[in-house]
Design a protein around this ligand. Structure first.
Ligand SMILES: NC(=O)c1ccc[n+]([C@@H]2O[C@H](COP(=O)([O-])OP(=O)(O)OC[C@H]3O[C@@H](n4cnc5c(N)ncnc54)[C@H](O)[C@@H]3O)[C@@H](O)[C@H]2O)c1
Length: 323
């Protein structure tokens, strides 16, 4: 008997990007270079911006992968495997991510229902800040199952943390296993108790290498991680390469069903008294989105810090009145 593949498996992989600014267009470029999608649609309130980016990207196609790229509207989200949300105001110099909530929550009420109406079966991947609050709002406003709504969360902070630790310890960042959890923002939490190189906790690694474990230096590394965006925004106005690479990694884990552990933002229920809030903990990501959140064995200080981070987010979510 001939087997007929389900329709959605035979259609070209479409990624919709809402917001074709720095982050959205850099992600589109990374997608094109990586050859992950057959179709990339750019949707932006500034239509000319989306059209210009689509033209520029199309002119790279002969050098890269056959990909259909165009400036579209919300109807084009139909059938997208993932709709990536990067629309909205970014941090201005000195602003925190939470300061962006007023403008971006308004945009969310307009765009999220339009996306969900046109694409009730796809996944939503949020990058706009404050990313945890807007991931929660995207879940509420879309009516999609929580597993299919995720945010880039602390994937970027975790990358910054691993990079800075790798510089300090003189090993490749891929060989440093350490997470930033909680808010993608000022209340984020470094998980020192589980950070390791080759399975050795950092103090043990230092002992084995005959190096001092310098707590003050570790604290500085965390502060540089947490405050990196402020510094980059001061220098060049916005951050976009690393977050685009992080969005690529999440997209790859989803499209290729990789079951990768990533510190994405997702709905947290019953974790050390934390419930009904989106924040980052390492989670298994596959084609269904967030398959499961991994309950880390944190120490008491880390649990207390994570609860404080959740409380900051809960307060901002409550002020949005999403019920
Ligand atoms: N999650 C992360 O790790 C991370 C990292 C960097 C930036 N960001 C966030 O990503 C967001 C985008 O940053 P950016 O630098 O690309 O900003 P940007 O100003 O360059 O681009 C934002 C785009 O959104 C568009 N837009 C605004 N309202 C819209 C609407 N209603 N519908 C469609 N498009 C709309 C604008 O026209 C603009 O092109 C910001 O919130 C920023 O803070 C997140």
């Amino acid at each position: 008997m001939p087997q007929t593949a389900p329709q959605e498996e035979s259609r070209p992989v479409r990624i919709a990007i809402v917001g074709a600014g720095h982050v959205g267009s850099t992600f589109a470029y990374a997608l094109l270079m990586g050859g992950l999608a057959a179709e990339i649609v750019l949707i932006d309130a500034n239509r000319a911006r989306a059209e210009g980016e689509a033209m520029d990207l199309n002119h790279a196609v002969p050098f890269t992968h056959p990909t259909r790229i165009w400036a579209g509207d919300f109807a084009d989200c139909a059938g997208a495997a993932i709709t990536v949300l990067t629309a909205g105001a970014g941090q201005k110099p000195g602003q925190s991510r939470l300061d962006c909530i007023r403008d971006n929550a308004g945009i969310w009420r307009e765009i999220v229902p339009a996306i969900a109406r046109n694409n009730p079966r796809g996944l939503l991947l949020v990058a706009t800040n404050p990313v945890d609050v807007l991931t929660y709002a995207a879940w509420k406003l879309s009516g999609l199952p929580a597993a299919r709504v995720l945010g880039s969360g602390t994937i970027l902070d975790t990358a910054r943390f691993r990079f800075l630790l790798s510089q300090h310890f003189g090993v490749d960042a891929h060989s440093v296993h350490a997470y930033i959890v909680g808010e993608h923002g000022d209340s984020e939490v470094p998980v020192w108790s589980l950070a390791n190189i080759a399975g050795m906790r950092l103090p043990d690694y230092c002992r084995a290498q005959g190096l001092p474990y310098d707590r003050e230096q570790m604290q500085k590394i965390f502060e540089s991680t947490r405050d990196a965006a402020y510094r980059i925004i001061e220098c060049k106005g916005a951050t976009y390469y690393a977050v685009a690479a992080g969005l690529m990694r999440i997209t790859q884990a989803i499209l290729r069903h990789q079951e990768t552990v990533l510190s994405v933002s997702s709905l947290i229920e019953n974790y050390h008294g934390i419930s009904d809030v989106c924040l980052s903990l390492p989670a298994v990501v596959d084609r269904g989105g967030v398959r499961r959140v991994l309950p880390l064995e944190l120490d008491e200080t880390e649990i207390a810090s994570l609860r404080r981070s959740a409380a900051v987010l809960e307060k901002t979510i409550a002020a949005l009145d999403l019920s």
